[in-house]
Design a binder for this molecule. Structure first.
Ligand code: PLP
Length: 417
């Protein structure tokens, strides 16, 4: 037992030393919980731990914490507090929006429209609904990942009940023309859901301005805690409960509330709203520095996503003759946390469905790298990361037979990058 303790202590120490040195560039995966968020949550573990459903006055404080958070989130969206439903994160909110709308509107029709670049929380739910007898149209995107509006409009049928298009893409950062899509949905009397998990807290969103009927968000993407999110549902959508049980969330989502998480999400949202403008400006500046350096110094590279219509903190690339996974390992050895678009299934990395939908050939899509910033990153870090990427790509290419062939016969294997 004692030696186990010792071993663990060693691991902890190594992690501690390492975390002092890491450059965290994977903020689309998750963010660090802000210290003030943690502080706001703490009393709800230790002092104000009452069950919000209890009758005595002690539990009122927990109830108040929840309702304060609900008001903050509603205010940010220009919504009513009673239109916010707390969930266990973005995945749950997406599942609820799609399955709930499908069930609520099944009497009117069974056709749903979404896109090829949605997060799996939406795509896999859509596939589940297909197995339950719904028909789903997956609309294409252009080479920058922007949804083809004409195609979306042509996909609308009399039996279309739901359009679900993400606000901003988690891999390539492209921000969609949400207002136009919302207007289209409204004109045709179709419910409009947007997965705003990557956008909420980073971009200003007003549900009325964009004609949004349902919106998913997740706290850990904007410096809040993990495992808590919410679904905005406009009054009158008719969508029914997700979980059955107690009367929490006005009977729509049963289960004792994650009070500290909900309070933390409210605090994180408040903080995100207050800092949004300067944060976006700063991140955009650093991101552009990083993009410029990489594009200038690394040959055969493509910037994924739209140049301007993109999240302020997202830089996504494809490097020809490079395996994204190998690049991540090399960057990890240099203390950089990044991600690629590939999804690992049965031990083999599949090329990202988002990059394939943008029209990239599979081998190029395999060489993807996503670097996502936070307000904590610095200009020096951007320079270090750009240099680390240049070095790593170069050494991986030097080991690549495909690159060797290409060098012998330049032009043969080149794509427009
Ligand atoms: N939707 C998008 C666009 C995401 O990026 C993510 C998380 O990466 C999710 C949904 C799922 O959110 P959560 O991790 O809170 O379940």
């Amino acid at each position: 037992m004692k030696s186990e303790h010792k071993e663990w202590h060693k691991v902890e120490k190594r992690l501690e030393e390492r975390s002092g040195r890491i450059i965290y560039m994977d903020n689309a995966a998750t963010t660090r919980t802000a210290p003030e968020v943690l502080e706001a949550m703490r009393p709800y573990f230790t002092e104000l731990y009452g069950n919000p459903s209890s009758i005595y006055a002690f539990s009122d404080r927990a109830k108040e914490g929840i309702e304060a958070s609900r008001r903050i989130l509603a205010d940010m969206l220009g919504a009513k507090p009673e239109e916010i439903y707390f969930t266990g994160g973005g995945t749950e909110a997406d599942n609820w929006a799609l399955t709930g709308a499908a069930e609520a509107c099944a009497g009117r029709g069974r056709h749903i429209i979404t896109t090829k670049i949605e997060h799996h929380a939406v795509l896999h739910t859509a596939q589940y609904l297909e197995r339950r007898g719904f028909e789903v149209t997956y609309v294409n995107v252009d080479e920058n990942g922007v949804v083809k509006l004409g195609e979306l409009e042509r996909a609308i049928r009399p039996d279309t009940i739901l359009i679900s298009v993400m606000f901003a893409n988690n891999e390539i950062g492209t921000v969609q023309p949400i207002r136009e899509i919302g207007e289209l949905a409204r004109r045709h009397g179709i419910l409009f859901h947007t997965d705003a998990v990557q956008a909420f807290g980073h971009l200003p969103i007003r549900v009325d301005r964009y004609h949004i009927d349902m919106l998913s968000a997740s706290a850990h993407k904007f410096c809040g805690p993990k495992g808590v999110g919410f679904l905005y549902m406009r009054g009158g959508t008719g969508v029914g409960p997700l979980l059955h049980g107690g009367a929490q969330e006005r009977g729509q989502r049963a289960g004792t509330e994650n009070v500290p998480g909900i309070v933390g999400m409210g605090k994180a949202a408040q903080r995100a709203a207050a800092t949004m403008r300067w944060r976006a400006e700063r991140e955009r500046r650093l991101r552009d520095r990083l993009i410029q350096k990489i594009m200038r110094e690394v040959p055969y590279v493509r910037l994924n996503g739209h140049r301007d219509m993109r999240l302020p903190n997202n830089a996504s690339f494809c490097f020809q003759f490079v395996e994204g996974e190998a690049l991540l390992v090399m960057l990890d050895m240099k203390g950089i946390c990044a991600s690629s678009g590939s999804a690992c299934t049965s031990g083999q990395a599949d090329a990202s469905h988002v990059l394939l939908a943008c029209g990239l050939p599979e081998d190029i899509a395999h060489g993807s790298l996503r670097l996502t910033l936070s307000e904590e990153n610095t200009a020096e870090e951007m320079d270090y990361v750009a240099e680390a990427v240049r070095e790593s790509v170069e050494s991986l290419r030097n080991m690549s037979p495909a690159y060797e062939d290409f060098r012998v016969q330049p032009g043969g294997n080149m794509v427009r990058l």
